[in-house]
Design a protein around this ligand. Structure first.
Ligand SMILES: C[S@@+](CC[C@H](N)C(=O)[O-])C[C@H]1O[C@@H](n2cnc3c(N)ncnc32)[C@H](O)[C@@H]1O
Length: 646
């Protein structure tokens, strides 16, 4: 669009930048309590935060004017209040301001060598003072995205920048306008947006507000009219004018107008309602069930609110009941998988009745009906006119031969993890693994040779499943083009090695695992037949390791005590020459050890190892001469870290 003069339109107007107001701290505190899980896309979070900043200030301004002790020079209601919030996102995850140097390290190393997005959400509140001293607010918001790519950052570079102190108060841990500029390879889009304010987009917006008679249908922004105190309820009518119900302190009824499509209107207003209801505690406002997990799988600590009638809230009870019933749901999944319910249903397009399923799985009709109905309630099956069939979720992950099948992993959970967890109380009391105790009963009843072979194959199948699901994300997490040979220590069936050779045509991988495992690997189909994956049997604590440029340790170290880890890392360090790589893949605990719960629940199994954060791994590796080059939170089940031998 052609940009017309706009700044002159502001002359004589009182413009307030919300973030610069004396109430900034409180506003930011309020804004920072926003639950990111509520937002479908990161930019929505930035826009919402900007709205809250602007609205808070706009709503307080007339109040400030009435305060006798306030030293304000502006006794007038502002004409415009502007709020802005900038966030950095990587692979859909919002990176906030680092809490400490380790956090800054985690953030900056995750940005290293990658393109990320910087979003600034901007909210413009136009205040229209009426004759009766009431104020109407018109809210216009928009966002701007800029793509930024970081260069590959060496360890020294990262720490030099972190030690400058600059990252600490900056979203994403860097400031492009200062020292942080040296980290940046390119910027696609508005540079000032990365600095914190998309001036060009803002001017275009002012142009639309003050100069243009252009229809608003082509605007990306949204406009909402608010009541005096900014309260509104969920829109209830289909046209574009919605009545809002005021809270007790608000003036009776105001109108909300928005020049946009109906669907957008509902979505936008809902977000605003949700956020405002947080501030006002207005229980008539729209309520959504919050997802209890963060994007990294940490269960959120949600406040329990006691309604006035003293009754517990439905959502609070639901959260406790979900935990109570969690084991029932797991066991229903295990049983349906073990009894091949999903495979049976897949073999009959159009579905089966409960009696037919019962016949196929050789089970009672009553038991089968209960199992099928429970699976429907868990979203694993769907039913229509008494016929049952798989949902997309079970077709993708629960069939025995699906490319991303997790069935063997489920059977491993049923036959190994479940018995261990049924001894959890003893495990916690004694602080040692209950594995032998839990599994001795099962093996007592069976022929020892066969049972040990069966359980080994079951374990290998489970590892194979997970490697197929996670392998590609790990193999492609870093640029490995400088490595020619790799050794996957504890590489099991070779499924992970297959993903590495698939992703890196110049790479050959030797899988190193215990002799019994290497013997049994013939039960597993290799992905390729071009001989770039070979197998060597041995014990990585005792035997010489095959020579390689890159060592891979996937899901090995969490099972090692600090002493064993020390032995293994010393052996790898001895085998490495400077420049060799070590690629580690594990669940990295958050630095505050509050999540992800998958990692912490795994630790509860009380094996001899322990779960560690990326920084803990990084320090352990550093003590063996490996410098962390990159850390990736892949968003898949496992995270990854690439270290280089100094
Ligand atoms: C948890 S599994 C991980 C498998 C594979 N790395 C993956 O991520 O899919 C651990 C693997 O380490 C192997 N392993 C355990 N101790 C070993 C040792 N001392 N020497 C060699 N391999 C070992 C096991 O046989 C098993 O295959």
């Amino acid at each position: 669009m052609v940009l017309n003069p706009v700044i002159s339109k502001l002359s004589g107007k009182l413009v307030v930048l919300a973030s610069a107001s004396p109430r900034r701290l409180e506003i930011l505190n309020n804004a920072e309590t926003l639950d990111k899980g509520l937002f479908k896309a990161p930019h929505e979070y930035a826009v919402e935060t900007a709205r809250q900043k602007a609205l808070e200030v706009a709503r307080r301004m007339p109040f400030v004017r009435a305060t006798p002790f306030c030293m304000t020079k502006h006794l007038k209601t502002p004409d415009i209040v502007i709020g802005a919030d900038t966030i950095v996102t990587l692979d859909g995850m919002i990176l906030e301001k680092p809490v400490d140097k380790d956090d800054a390290y985690r953030m900056l190393s995750s940005l290293s060598g990658k393109e990320h997005s910087v979003f600034t959400g901007v909210a413009i509140v136009l205040c229209h003072e009426k004759e009766n001293e009431e104020v109407d607010y018109q809210l216009i918001d928009f966002y701007e995205e800029t793509k930024v790519k970081f260069a590959d950052l060496s360890e020294n570079m990262l720490w030099e920048y972190i030690n400058s102190g600059e990252p600490m108060d900056k979203a994403g841990g860097y400031g492009i306008q200062a020292l942080g500029g040296m980290l940046v390879e390119y910027v696609h889009g508005d540079f000032l947006n990365v600095v914190g304010f998309p001036l060009n987009h803002f001017c275009k917006q002012l142009d639309l507000i003050y100069n243009s008679s252009t229809s608003s249908s082509d605007q990306e922004s949204s406009t909402v009219w608010l009541s005096h105190n900014g309260n509104l309820t969920q829109p209830s009518s289909a046209n574009h004018t919605h009545h809002i119900q005021s809270s007790p302190s608000a003036s009776p009824v105001h109108k909300v107008k928005r020049k946009s499509s109906k669907t957008e209107l509902n979505e936008s207003s809902m977000t605003l309602v949700n956020s405002l209801s947080k501030h006002t505690g207005d229980k008539d406002c729209a309520n959504t069930t919050l997802p209890p997990m963060t994007s990294r799988g940490q269960v959120k600590e949600l406040k329990v609110t006691e309604p006035e009638d003293g009754e517990p809230k439905k959502e609070d009870l639901q959260r406790i009941c979900d935990l109570l019933d969690g084991f029932r749901a797991s066991k229903a999944l295990f049983t349906a998988s073990k009894m091949c319910v999903f495979d049976v249903l897949h073999s009959r397009p159009g579905g089966l009745e409960a009696a037919q399923v019962a016949q196929e799985i050789k089970a009672s009709l009553k038991g089968t009906e209960c199992l099928l109905e429970a699976c429907v309630s868990l979203g694993l099956l769907r039913s229509k006119e008494r016929m049952y069939e798989n949902t997309d979720l079970s077709t993708r992950f629960l069939l025995s031969d699906a490319p991303f099948s997790l069935r063997s992993q489920i059977l491993h959970y049923n036959d190994t993890v479940w018995p261990i967890f049924s001894h959890l109380e003893s495990g916690v009391l004694e602080g040692v693994s209950q594995r032998d105790k839990a599994l001795s009963q099962t093996s007592k009843d069976q022929d020892t040779l066969h049972s040990s072979q069966d359980s080994k194959l079951r374990f290998m199948n489970a590892m194979h499943n997970i490697a197929k699901v996670t392998g590609k994300a790990i193999a492609t997490a870093f640029d490995l083009s400088s490595f020619r040979t790799a050794c996957d220590l504890g590489g099991c069936t070779g499924a992970m090695a297959d993903e590495f050779t698939e992703a890196h045509p110049g790479l050959s991988v030797t899988v190193f695992d215990l002799p019994t495992v290497v013997q049994l690997r013939e039960h597993f189909q290799p992905l390729h037949t071009d001989n770039r994956v070979s197998f060597v049997a041995g014990d990585f604590f005792k035997d010489d390791l095959p020579k390689a440029d890159l060592y891979i340790l996937a899901r090995i170290l969490h099972d090692c005590s600090d002493e064993k880890l020390d032995i293994l890392l010393s052996k790898i360090a001895d085998a490495c020459t400077p420049g060799c790589g070590l690629l580690l893949s594990e669940i990295f605990l958050d630095e505050d050890r509050k999540g992800p719960s998958r990692g912490l629940l795994q630790a509860l199994g009380m094996g001899e190892g322990k779960q560690r954060s990326a920084t803990e791994y990084s320090l352990l590796l550093k003590s063996h001469g490996f410098i962390t080059a990159h850390v990736r939170h892949t968003g898949n089940l496992l995270d990854a870290m690439l270290c280089i031998k100094a």
